[in-house]
Design a protein around this ligand. Structure first.
Ligand SMILES: [Zn+2]
Length: 53
């Protein structure tokens, strides 16, 4: 994993969220949600270097 990759989604930009279908224990499915940490970019939110001065 590259240092610039989002640690929350591993750089994929999406996270798998398990959803329980109708409460069935054997009906668990996974849906892909846009990673809230990076907003789907898969990159860390780094502060851009300021070029002041
Ligand atoms: Zn992410």
């Amino acid at each position: 994993m590259a240092p610039e990759d989002c640690p929350n989604c591993g750089g994929s930009g999406y996270v798998a969220k398990p959803v329980d279908l109708n409460g069935k224990s054997d009906g668990v499915a996974f849906i892909r949600l846009k990673c809230p940490a990076c907003g789907g970019t898969g990159r860390k939110r780094t502060v851009p270097p300021t070029t002041a001065g």
